[in-house]
Design a protein around this ligand. Sequence first.
Ligand code: PMP
Length: 381
Amino acid sequence: MTIEPSQRVETVPPSGIRRFFELAEEMDEIISLGVGEPDFSAPWAAREAAITSLELGKTSYTANRGRRELRELIAEDADRRYDLTYDPDEEVLVTTGASEGLDLALRAVIDPGDTVAVVQPSYVSYVPGVIFAGGEPLPVPTTTETDFKLTTEALYDAGADEADALVLCYPNNPTGATMTGSELEPIAEFAREHDLVVLSDEIYSELTYEHDHTSIATLPGMRERTIVFNGFSKAYAMTGLRLGYALGPPEAIAAMNRIHQYTMLSAPTTAQYAAIEALESCDDAVGEMRRQYDRRRRLVLSRFEEMGIECFPASGAFYAFPESPWDDSEAFAEALLEDQHVAVVPGTAFGEGGEGHLRVSYATGMSDLKEALDRIETFIS
Ligand code: PMP
């Protein structure tokens, strides 16, 4: 016999960028501006704390919700940085990356057939996550006209007023767009008026370059309807340690923990020790990485301008989202890869509104970045 995948799995196509990366793997001297993770290593103090925990034999499970000391530090940090006040015992859940948090939240609050509006272009996991949870994804496209910020017009046009939940991500992957508090206010009003649960992926909250991050959960009436996702992957360059957290009202966190305690038991223990140290002593390292990303961002934006490639002024995360010189972004990305050995990701990988754009990650060292930009210039001229 052959084991047939379930219908649910069959409905989710494989990631659109997989074939692309397979192509890249076969080539030499590739410079990849395709990756969605920091080129830095985690700050040394965090790595050392992980090593020490192993030396001390701290290799057991932790509490389902995560070590209390870590939950306390997460709550203090969220309060200090983003004005989010959460009870470490009831409103914080330590997860295996922000990814697990998102998956848990979708499964914990979505009933079969519920509609989940997903702001697009978006991170590739949201739509599959909604489908795995039994919900119906409803794309809400954003465009360059609004600098890829979400507007109530886009929400109404997509029919999101009828949705049950809304997934949004600012600072955004793949566009690099951010939204200020006042820009989020009408979105919050929309969510209140149409009674939407908001799942807010704020994994790039530490990586903003023009204004500080505002969480939608801090806006009036939003705390009780919002679950915030964050983690250590981006700001602390800890992608491989797989550690994130969710913040939300007690009933939502309890529902998520109901799944988490059976499926994951607890997030990785070693990573929790690294995260405690990261929160206690690594602010300076985060600031330094942010400064370097910002220098690279400015370079990328100015080089695209010189080349005559339209690129809206990305102000967060570590991505620029220029217009593709060819209408067909996949064909352009493939030709660029074959001709110049530079990998960028075609916008089509990120859903509606993505076509005609390229995601260019600047989580790459300055000299490679300069070389890649030179090669792009050679290619288009
Ligand atoms: N959300 C977004 C928007 C991301 O870009 C990523 C990583 N590429 C994640 C979530 C996953 O984060 P984690 O490593 O914490 O699971």
